[in-house]
Design a protein around this ligand. Structure first.
Ligand SMILES: Cc1cc2nc3c(=O)[nH]c(=O)nc-3n(C[C@H](O)[C@H](O)[C@H](O)COP(=O)(O)OP(=O)(O)OC[C@H]3O[C@@H](n4cnc5c(N)ncnc54)[C@H](O)[C@@H]3O)c2cc1C
Length: 456
């Protein structure tokens, strides 16, 4: 017999940990379905790795920016539309350049030298099968030094970790990047000004978590850092900082795996092997420095260096995106050094570039703070992120495979424990790992699964 929620003697209490996009989406959808849901968040603000700042005259993102980074951001579009938020869709010129410090080369000119071979995918698969990591595949297949450099750096930026640390199964991303760039390069005669689409929110991406948190009024509890989870005969206890205890019938953990080391999962609340898998998920080390420049520089959409990519927004702000290894791990001193180095590099591309900054500011952990000329954020050093976003580290392919539960697909490492403990977050998505859409998609799916579970 199926018992509907309203027939049950009391409403099960659902606790969501983490007020990032994944946790808030799940909580909002569960609330819509009539569940008793509360969100507990370590920070004093919602949004997690979505962090909008005002710099000079414009709004910019220190975290997730482009909703179009996933294959198809359909869950985000639906949520944004349900919340009546406005999308800013911008068509940007696609004209990347790669700057080594001494020479400049157009990305697309380099790609023009190549032809896609029909056997490329098969070749990549063959080398992936015998390689330890993605770099070995790149080394074996792409012998041209320019192409080798571009693909290695682009992947490092895209995934946040060096290809040496990426699983060979990441050949799908490599193939996609290569074929996309090649197609644009080969069509330059017909389409000399290629573009790409950038999708953000009017008022900054912070509008999405802020609106979700508003809809969950009095249900989001801030400055609550989860430190332990304990299993009881009937339910579970969550222990937050200051020994604050909360009982829950269902828990949805929507925090990055990089944080799990700091949480005590008592009585095998998560089976030991599953917990080891989760804790070993790899995170990138991307960070950003945003600087106000004197004028918009839009000749090249991206200027790519080995550990950095620069681009410019419509108001002339320079956005520097650091990736890979130590390039994303910086405090004020290193940020000042990196910025100085990059501005010198950028001057080889734009000799008349004028930038004056007295001091580089470390970002505050609040949404929509205004900074005068510059701000930086290293996500690897953020205590509640400890990394930028997840990627497929070496050896992860098998346990990221999918299983089906109650009609919903789930990645094996993130299967629910005893129908009481569920997992959401960009790292659990069936869409593209490490994306805004990934976070929203996982939140939507877990809300459906929890609802089905409670209605069994
Ligand atoms: C520099 C950078 C650039 C990016 N660019 C893009 C992009 O252009 N396009 C794109 O699609 N994606 C991008 N992303 C990725 C995107 O921002 C993330 O995938 C997404 O925001 C993750 O959402 P989430 O809810 O899974 O996790 P989070 O946003 O990290 O949410 C988890 C929440 O859990 C909280 N938490 C952590 N530990 C605890 C604890 N112990 N107790 C309680 N709460 C806790 C955190 O404070 C946080 O609020 C970028 C990310 C970074 C860092």
């Amino acid at each position: 017999m199926t018992i509907s929620l309203s027939d049950k003697p009391y409403a099960p209490k659902i606790v969501v940990v983490g007020a990032g996009l994944a946790g808030l989406t799940a909580a909002y959808r569960l609330q819509e379905k009539g569940h008793d849901v509360h969100v507990y968040e370590a920070r004093q603000r919602p949004g997690g790795r979505v962090l909008t700042v005002q710099i000079g005259e414009s709004l910019e993102e220190l975290g997730g920016k482009n909703f179009n980074d996933s294959h198809s951001p359909e869950n985000s579009l639906k949520l944004i539309s349900d919340l009546r938020l406005d999308i800013l869709q911008k068509e940007k010129p696609f004209s990347p350049i790669y700057a080594t410090g001494s020479s400049l080369e157009s990305f697309l000119d380099i790609f023009k030298r190549f032809q896609e071979t029909e056997t490329l995918w098969t070749t990549l698969e063959k080398f992936a099968a015998s390689s330890q990591n993605l770099q070995q595949v790149i080394d074996s297949v792409f012998k041209d030094p320019d192409l080798h450099f571009i693909l290695s750096s682009t992947l490092r930026g895209y995934e946040g970790s060096d290809p040496l640390r990426l699983d060979p199964s990441t050949i799908d991303t490599l193939y996609e990047l290569f074929t996309r760039f090649l197609e644009i390069a080969q069509n330059l005669d017909e389409n000399p000004f290629p573009t790409f689409q950038w999708m953000t929110l009017k008022g900054g991406n912070a509008q999405l978590p802020l609106t979700l948190a508003n809809r969950l009024i009095n249900k989001v509890h801030y400055e609550e850092v989860l430190t332990a989870v304990q299993r009881n005969p009937q339910n579970m206890t969550l222990i937050f900082n200051h020994y604050h205890e909360v009982k829950a019938d269902i828990i949805l953990l929507a925090i990055p795996c990089s944080i799990m080391e700091a949480i005590d999962f008592r009585d095998e609340t998560i089976p030991a092997e599953q917990l080891i898998r989760m804790k070993s998920l790899q995170y990138g080390t991307n960070g950003k420095i945003l600087v106000s420049s004197e004028f918009p520089l839009n000749k090249y959409s991206f200027v790519i260096h080995p550990d950095t990519v620069n681009w410019f927004n419509d108001e002339g702000q320079i956005i520097t995106f650091y990736y890979g290894g130590n390039a994303g791990i910086f405090e004020k001193k290193q940020a000042t050094f990196l910025l100085d180095r990059d501005l010198r590099n950028l001057k080889t591309v734009y000799p008349t570039l004028q930038v004056s900054i007295d001091e580089i500011h470390s970002s505050q952990d609040r949404q929509l703070v205004s900074y005068d000329r510059s701000v930086f954020k290293s996500w690897a050093l953020d205590p509640y992120a400890k990394g930028s976003y997840s990627n497929r580290g070496v050896g992860t392919a098998t346990w990221l495979s999918e299983i089906t539960l109650r009609g919903e697909k789930i990645r094996k490492a993130f299967r629910p424990v005893q129908d009481k403990l569920f997992f959401a977050g960009e790292h659990t998505t069936l869409d593209t790992l490490g994306t805004l859409e990934g976070a929203v998609e996982s939140g939507e799916r877990m809300a459906r699964l929890i609802h089905k579970t409670l209605n069994m």
